[in-house]
Design a protein around this ligand. Structure first.
Ligand SMILES: Cc1ncc(COP(=O)(O)O)c(C=O)c1O
Length: 314
């Protein structure tokens, strides 16, 4: 803080953090820091377009609000919309056909590696083989999964080899401070010099320091093992709630580290969320609930008991 928060030159903290990240996540040979996940994924897509000289992109999952991936959103120009299509999660034959059909126009395939369920080995392998065959860049959007499934995210957990060409990380990276990064193969990252990727506050020092400290805690305290342990307890408890309240809860989605309940109706889901909040429990109804280092077995059990009471009232 004494040295200032934003300066005219990139701070030393940026290089120190880049080196520390590359040590823990070796496929991040070079990284570029930005402030939001949406910007970082857009930067990865830009690099892929520069490197391949192609325009078409296939995406799977949520990649932020920017135009390039928002096919169905009002306000996105039709010409931009036409360059993007959805790739179905865990569908090997469907994904292969889409990649092959775009062939020489395809710049990149961008995927969230976990969407409600775990990816199959065959799907991950298909992505790797087919993008290489098409000469397209494989980008893993690990904004949710890095520093959660493992420090190296889904690539590390599912041992994706060879690693994706580019990877995007964010959210847990700086533990709440605004920071995201795109990284990967050095030759691809160097194409940044042929285009324009920039943000005034990207090298803001507090978030870089927070990420450095976060990485140290992740390694020292084996945070991902903790997340898996308490998350598994939460996930099992959610399945028990489904068995106990089948009229209201129709399913459980996600994996240990990020999970949620499916409700019979929208109205019931709203009612559970607001009654749980009145009891002091914030439990998301339309997106993942993420366990953290601050949660232990007791926290999870209290949350499950509050949900059980709430569901019993409905
Ligand atoms: C997988 C994924 N990619 C990209 C984003 C966009 O990140 P941000 O909201 O920081 O722009 C998100 C945000 O939830 C995300 O989960």
């Amino acid at each position: 803080m004494a040295a200032g928060v934003v300066g005219p030159l990139p701070p030393v903290a940026e290089a120190t953090l880049a080196e520390a990240l590359a040590k823990s996540i070796p496929w991040l040979e070079r990284v570029r820091f930005l402030k939001t996940g949406a910007e970082a994924v857009a930067a990865a897509v830009r690099l892929a377009r520069v490197a391949t000289g192609r325009d078409a992109v296939l995406g799977c999952g949520y990649h932020g609000w920017l135009d390039w991936c928002q096919g169905a959103t009002e306000g996105v120009p039709a010409a931009v919309r036409g360059l993007f299509a959805e790739l179905p999660f865990n569908d090997v034959a469907g994904g292969r056909d889409l990649i092959r059909a775009r062939g020489p126009q395809l710049a990149a395939v961008v995927v969230e590696p976990v969407i409600v369920a775990e990816p199959t080995r065959e799907w991950l392998q298909m992505l790797r083989t087919e993008t290489a065959r098409a000469g397209a860049i494989l980008i893993f959007d690990e904004i949710k999964t890095a520093f959660r499934l493992s420090i190296g995210g889904a690539v590390a957990r599912y041992q994706v080899q060879p690693a994706p060409d580019l990877v995007v990380v964010g959210k847990a990276l700086a533990n709440g401070f605004p920071l995201a990064a795109v990284g990967g193969r050095a030759d691809l990252m160097e194409t940044a010099s042929r285009t324009w990727i920039s943000s005034t506050l990207a090298t803001e020092g507090v978030a870089l320091a927070a990420a450095q400290a976060t990485l140290e805690v992740f390694e020292r305290d084996h945070v991902c093992d903790h997340l898996h342990r308490v998350g598994t307890r939460l996930l099992h408890g959610l399945h028990e709630l489904q068995r106990a309240h089948p009229r209201v809860v129709t399913g459980v989605g996600g994996i240990a580290e990020m999970c949620f309940l499916h409700y019979a109706t929208e109205e019931l889901s709203r009612s559970v969320a607001s009654r749980a909040a009145q009891r002091g429990l914030l439990f998301k109804r339309t997106a993942y609930n993420f366990v953290s280092l601050a949660h232990d077995e007791g926290t999870v059990d209290r949350a499950l008991a509050m949900l059980h009471e709430t569901l019993g009232e409905i």
